[in-house]
Design a protein around this ligand. Structure first.
Ligand SMILES: Cc1cc2nc3c(=O)[nH]c(=O)nc-3n(C[C@H](O)[C@H](O)[C@H](O)COP(=O)(O)OP(=O)(O)OC[C@H]3O[C@@H](n4cnc5c(N)ncnc54)[C@H](O)[C@@H]3O)c2cc1C
Length: 555
């Protein structure tokens, strides 16, 4: 934790140096001593310290300064750091002014110049003031602070990004806490910059205005540039399948890079509780699984890049990936583990209010904000059931909207049983979202009751959509064979009428998890015919490494 600050202000540089020296020699071990030779400069500095979330324990100002006297400075400084102790340095002739300041301007103490010896005329009084300050001092949060508004999609994107990458941060909703004096002080200290929300404040005092995940990734030390330009194995996608391939590949000596555009963990990282993964009888959260896997991968030397792959090509024995920032990475083997993304719900108002009350997927970041509210979960699969269970811990009521007449054909029985036990989860069958309403955020939802063909309009400020998922593999079009829905074909699926895929020049069939391009593999949910489960993704990711060794032995 950075040391709290003792700030002295005096336009006379000799006096300033003397007071700084005496403060430093007595308090330097516990406090940071800063001096300023102008009250205006000191006020600017205090605003910067407020933005950095520093603590100021003492403000010590000379009374006689041009343009702004000590009392006026201390009064203005008090609006920025109200808990700091305030003291005046005065000449004998100003004693009356100092006494009246104590009475009228909430000054805690005044010191007469000169204060020699400080052991008698300075330290005992300051000790008292600082003891008093310490008694009510609460250390400030020292990590990243994110200022934004709950209904802003850009704020949501950043919160989700930080949470899923396990970066600790403090969220300050500037609308919800508009009446909080400390938020007000921080916004005042930011001045006009406070209009550029979301604002990300870093502990080193730097800030990002209208921040985006890629910039934050760089600032928080997530690697966005590859260390080298060539790897044995490059994996695109850091879900369970990609992470497993990374761990097995690197542990077996392959120089491995894993490229992930959002956060390692993939869909599994959004799961509030995975109950069917072998070895975890009481279940584990997707975030926990992802965190453990990332540590394991890093231990084996996997390089994890926070980047998006936007194109790929094959040049002789090399596979080349183009990244969103324009850089390229070459490798012997390219593994596609990009999973699937949520299918969009097509109804008026949905796209406009996405991120402002309407979310695709788990929205772990949002669960807490839904405290005491009514939450709608759209979809009847396991992912929707898990999310409903998670939200039910915070929300007043969770309403699951499903088109069918029950959950039995789409959800696992253990989840159906858990949902039945939760008194604040309600199932609304034969229900389809017809429209979302609201100006700046979701306020109401029109639901088509398919059994009666009537539309009901209900109030709601949070809706989470889980209506199935599709792969986004356009960036591989023309290179890798895909089925009509975009899933990648591998192994036996590529053999038609006993014929190997077009352009295949090797004297062997494609390996089980290999695509129509030798050396490009596909694993996990993105693969045609895959079982959409964590365990199967992990299985495929690890099995594929065996085929990679075979491939590499002949390159
Ligand atoms: C809410 C929820 C709960 C679930 N619960 C369970 C459960 O309890 N048990 C179970 O077995 N399964 C569960 N599943 C399913 C399981 O999570 C998936 O089957 C599994 O995550 C698939 O793993 P994957 O690695 O193939 O793909 P994903 O997990 O989808 O990961 C793919 C990754 O690739 C990244 N990516 C995509 N394109 C690019 C690109 N161009 N460049 C860089 N990166 C890219 C994505 O950001 C993503 O992180 C759940 C799924 C969800 C959504």
């Amino acid at each position: 934790m950075p040391k709290p600050i003792l700030l002295s202000v005096d336009d006379d540089s000799d006096v300033l140096r003397a007071i700084e020296r005496d403060l430093r020699s007595q308090y330097g071990a516990e406090y940071r001593v800063i001096g300023s030779d102008s009250p205006e400069g000191a006020l600017d500095l205090l605003k910067q310290l407020k933005v950095r979330n520093d603590s100021v324990a003492l403000l010590l100002a000379d009374q006689r300064m041009p343009r702004m006297d000590g009392v006026e400075f201390l009064q203005q400084a008090m609006e920025i750091f109200p808990a700091a102790k305030r003291a005046l340095l005065t000449a004998y002739a100003d004693t009356n002014a100092a006494i009246s300041a104590i009475n009228h301007a909430s000054i805690n103490h005044f010191f007469l110049k000169p204060w020699d010896p400080p052991t008698e005329h300075l330290y005992p009084q300051l000790d008292d003031l600082l003891d008093d300050w310490q008694a009510s001092f609460r250390p400030t949060f020292q990590g990243i602070r994110l200022l934004g508004t709950r209904w802003s999609p850009r704020s949501y994107e950043l919160r989700d990004f930080l949470a899923r990458n396990h970066v600790p941060y403090q969220w300050i909703d500037v609308e919800a806490s508009a009446n909080d004096p400390e938020t007000k002080r921080l916004m005042d200290a930011l001045g006009p910059e406070a209009a550029n929300l979301p604002v990300v404040l870093f502990p080193d005092g730097t800030k990002l205005l209208e921040g985006i995940p890629a910039d934050v990734a760089q600032k928080v030390g997530l690697r966005t540039r590859a260390q080298t330009s060539f790897y044995d194995l490059a994996i695109v996608g850091g879900g369970p399948a990609g992470l497993a391939a990374a761990v097995y590949g690197a542990s077996e000596g392959l120089h491995t890079v894993m490229i992930e555009r959002e956060a390692p963990g993939g869909q599994a990282g959004m799961s509030s509780r995975i109950e069917n993964y072998l070895g975890f009888p009481t279940g584990l959260s997707g975030a926990d699984l992802a965190r453990r896997a990332v540590v394991q991968a890093q231990r084996f030397g996997v390089e994890i890049l926070s980047q998006e792959a936007v194109a790929a090509r094959a040049e002789g024995p090399y596979r080349i990936i183009k990244l969103a920032d324009g850089n390229e990475i070459s490798c012997h083997v390219l593994m596609i583990a990009t999973g699937v993304q949520w299918r969009r719900l097509a109804a008026p108002g949905i796209d406009r209010l996405q991120g402002a009350g309407i979310y695709y997927g788990g929205g772990a970041t949002e669960a807490l904000s839904c405290k005491g509210e009514i939450v709608y979960v759209v979809g009847g699969a396991n992912s929707a059931g898990q999310a409903a269970m998670n939200f039910a811990r915070y929300a007043e009521r969770v309403i699951i909207l499903v088109r069918g007449e029950s959950l039995s054909s789409t959800m696992s029985q253990y989840l159906i049983d858990q949902i039945k036990e939760m008194p604040n989860i309600q199932l609304w069958t034969h229900a389809a979202v017809a429209e979302a309403h609201g100006e700046t955020h979701l306020e109401e939802i029109s639901v088509l009751c398919t059994d009666t063909n009537k539309i009901e309009r209900v109030p709601g400020s949070a809706m989470f959509i889980f209506i199935g998922a599709l792969p986004r593999t356009d960036w591989l079009a023309g290179l890798v064979e895909r089925d009509e829905r975009g899933f990648l074909l591998t192994g036996p699926d590529l053999i038609r009428d006993g014929q190997r895929p077009k352009g295949w020049a090797l004297d062997r069939d494609p390996f089980l998890l290999e695509t129509n391009v030798p050396g490009i593999f596909a694993v996990g949910d993105v693969r045609h015919g895959s079982i959409k489960r964590v365990a199967s993704g992990v299985g495929e990711g690890s099995v594929a490494v065996q085929f990679i060794h075979q491939y590499l032995s002949k390159v």
